[in-house]
Design a protein around this ligand. Sequence first.
Ligand code: HEM
Length: 173
Amino acid sequence: MPSPALRVTPTLSVPAAKARALHTYTSPATPGRTEASQPNIISRTPKLATGTSPASTVRASLRRNKVKLKPGFSALDWSKLRSSGKNLRGVEYPGLIRVTAAELAQHQTKDDAWTALGGKVYNMTHYMGFHPGGERDLMRVAGKDGTKLFMATHSWVSFESMLDGCLVGFYQP
Ligand code: HEM
């Protein structure tokens, strides 16, 4: 019979458990949705586990608002609209156009919202109601180059495939 002093406790110490959680925990965006079922996502940055730790500052900067989308505005609905043949570019000219900063700035209202992402200009107007982060965040980049804010928020999202039908042209600031 070992003395109480020699007994080994089978649970992990608090720092070890915390370290393990921080390195392995990855939170799915929506319960029940896996990355494989979200074609717009290339890879996901691991989110940090909850709990009190010095990482709480980092967690605060990762916290983002997710809005409740209206019926008919799911990712699947957006995918259907993209492949419906509807003109999502909002320009009649069939080819891609060159867009200057001055021209881009002309399109900064909800009914006519363009943004530049990675040197390409997209018409986001039809995407407004479908954005999981809400219209207000999308409008933050309307009429301007949104690359930095987009990448800072969700670099794993492929805007090129999400907005392929909305491509207006190339940004020439
Ligand atoms: C036209 C450009 C954009 C597209 C195509 C887009 C696309 C997306 C997609 C697909 C998601 C879901 C990501 C996921 O489930 O992990 C998302 C979420 C989100 N987006 Fe955007 N986004 C755009 C611009 C922006 C901008 C400029 C902001 C500004 C801050 C923003 C803020 C957010 C936020 C806060 C979420 C949160 C949802 C969450 O926590 O899952 N987005 N966006």
